[in-house]
Design a binder for this molecule. Structure first.
Ligand code: ADP
Length: 512
């Protein structure tokens, strides 16, 4: 569509002597942007093909009419959309600069445009408005803003602590979870460096890993470290860091996502304390069951002491002061007192409520010690105990009291299981075996065995088939062995009874 001018007004081509009208029209119609030519009052004098397409008006419909026809209703601010008022005031920022306005089509719908106005300096001044439809750009901008907002909200509301850190270590941003984790307000943390809240001992590792990542040795890295809360508390965390680079590949900042281990560690600590408490209760229970044998164990040396003392007393009363014999009696009394003292010491160890303490131990020694405690119990119940201990190295890093407790439990259960078995068949076999990485202890009995039904509940706390049982032994033993990195299980014997076994990881050579 050629540019049409209103005949009553001076022709544009008159003014622009260097272009013929045909050339001028062709130029305007070739323009991709909408072009509207208007006089100083904003009356339309020219309307190119792109303007026609943009606004849906034909040139005849707009010629001589106010350019405000093409603009959306002026907003609360008079300037908004009112091109005529711009022209009237001749705002210098309008001419020669582009502005964003809201335009209106013939059908009343509106769309965003970018408007640049050029002034034709002639006797009768005119203005050329170049109008570009920016709907698409605006939509993209809106989408981007929306995305940014979504991302901001996601990070702000993320339950995971997230922060960004500059190359100098200063915190660039931190979400509320991050601030809460360390007890600082957002504005406080914004002025801090990660060095200010990293636990001092963990600073060298933090810096080394950061430097390696910035050098390009892996853009993401995770590690466990400690922070210090504003109130001085240590906060255990796992960090998942990622280096953000610019288009040239230069590092810009580090995004830090934090896994706060505090709750997990507290739960583990509580579980450990709970296990220790139960283990203590269970030890008392085993001791209770073994009360008769314990009494016997202590009674024996005490009777011996009484006998030796009586004999010595009789000698002294009869005036037979044989120094050598007296000294022999005193030595025996001393030995028996030591033996009783030893039993009491062992019992006290087992009954004492204590924290788990790992030591380097020979599993064979632990089995021997447990057998000493269970020996009398077995004798009282007419159970023969066979022992076969491995000659291979069998050192483990373990808590002696807990492992003895596990072995004692197994021995007690085996003795109980053979309660109804004929005397001559009541025998149990205790073995230790060492493989390359594990030491295994097994207790094999010829007792009643375990039914398929009971098997499902065997390791559950409080499962018992005994009248006076507590049902804690196996579940506690299982958890003690698991906490030591070992395995606890049982198998049915081909003939009769069951074999309970547990394995413990062998102590590494550096420890031995
Ligand atoms: P408690 O001895 O107080 O019952 P445990 O947890 O030590 O608690 O054992 C749970 C149950 O497992 C026992 O009541 C018994 O039914 C079964 N059990 C354990 N060891 C044996 C065994 N050697 N032979 C047969 N049954 C066993």
């Amino acid at each position: 569509m050629a540019l049409q001018t209103v005949s009553t007004r001076p022709s544009i081509t008159d003014e622009r002597a260097r272009l013929t009208e045909a050339e001028f029209s062709a130029l305007l119609d070739a323009a991709v942007d909408g072009i509207v030519i208007m006089d100083a009052d904003g009356q339309i004098e020219g309307f190119n093909a792109s303007a026609e397409r943009l606004f849906g008006f034909s040139p005849e419909e707009v010629m001589g009419r106010s350019v405000n026809l093409l603009m959306s209703d002026p907003g609360p601010s008079e300037d908004e959309g009112s091109l005529v008022s711009y022209l009237r005031t001749r705002q210098p920022d309008l001419v020669g600069n582009s502005r964003e306005l809201v335009a209106r089509r013939r059908d009343g719908t509106t769309f965003p445009v970018e408007l640049a106005v050029g002034e034709v300096r002639a006797q009768v001044p005119r203005f050329v408005g170049i109008i570009r439809d920016i709907s698409e750009r605006k939509a993209i901008e809106r989408r981007l803003t929306q995305r940014e907002e979504e991302l901001r909200l996601t990070i702000e509301n993320a339950p995971i602590p997230i922060a960004t850190v500059g190359l100098d270590g200063v915190v660039l941003s931190a979400n509320p979870s991050f601030c809460k984790m360390l007890g600082y307000a957002q504005r406080e943390i914004g002025r801090m460096s990660f060095r200010d809240f990293t636990y001092p001992d963990d600073l060298p590792l933090t810096v080394t890993l950061m430097e390696e990542a910035l050098r390009g040795e892996g853009d993401t890295y995770s590690y466990q470290k400690r922070y210090v809360h504003k109130d001085g508390r240590v906060v255990h965390v796992v960090l998942h860091n990622g280096v953000v680079r610019d288009e040239q590949g230069r590092p810009v900042m580090i995004v830090v996502q934090v896994e706060d281990l505090t709750e997990r560690m507290q739960a583990e600590e509580e579980a450990r304390e709970h296990r220790e408490r139960l283990a203590h209760v269970d030890r008392l229970n085993v001791m209770g069951e073994m009360a008769a044998s314990i009494a016997h164990e202590i009674n024996q040396p005490l009777s011996a002491i009484a006998n030796y003392t009586n004999a010595a007393f009789r000698r002294v009363s009869a005036g037979r002061l044989d120094g050598e014999k007296l000294s022999a009696s005193l030595t025996k009394i001393d030995e028996q007192a030591q033996r009783a003292g030893e039993v009491v010491r062992r019992l006290r160890n087992l009954v004492k409520k204590r924290e788990s303490q790992r030591e380097l131990l020979d599993v064979n020694d632990l089995v021997r010690e447990s057998l000493r405690l269970a020996e009398v119990d077995a004798r009282i119940h007419d159970v023969v105990v066979e022992v076969s201990l491995t000659e291979s190295p069998s050192c483990v890093l373990a808590d002696p009291v807990q492992i003895e407790q596990v072995i004692l439990n197994l021995l007690r259960n085996a003795i109980d299981a053979m309660g109804m078995v004929p005397k001559e068949e009541s025998r149990l076999m205790v073995r230790t075996d060492a493989s390359e990485n594990f030491v295994e202890v097994s207790v094999c009995d010829r007792g009643t065995g375990i039914t398929k039904l009971d098997e499902q509940h065997l390791f559950e706390p409080f499962f018992t088939t005994k009248v006076a049982g507590m049902g804690m032994g196996l579940s506690i033993s299982h958890s003690i062995i698991s906490a030591h990195g070992g395995r606890f299980w049982f198998t049915r014997n081909p003939e009769r009874g069951v074999t309970f076994r547990f394995s413990l990881p062998k102590a590494t050579e550096s420890l031995v």
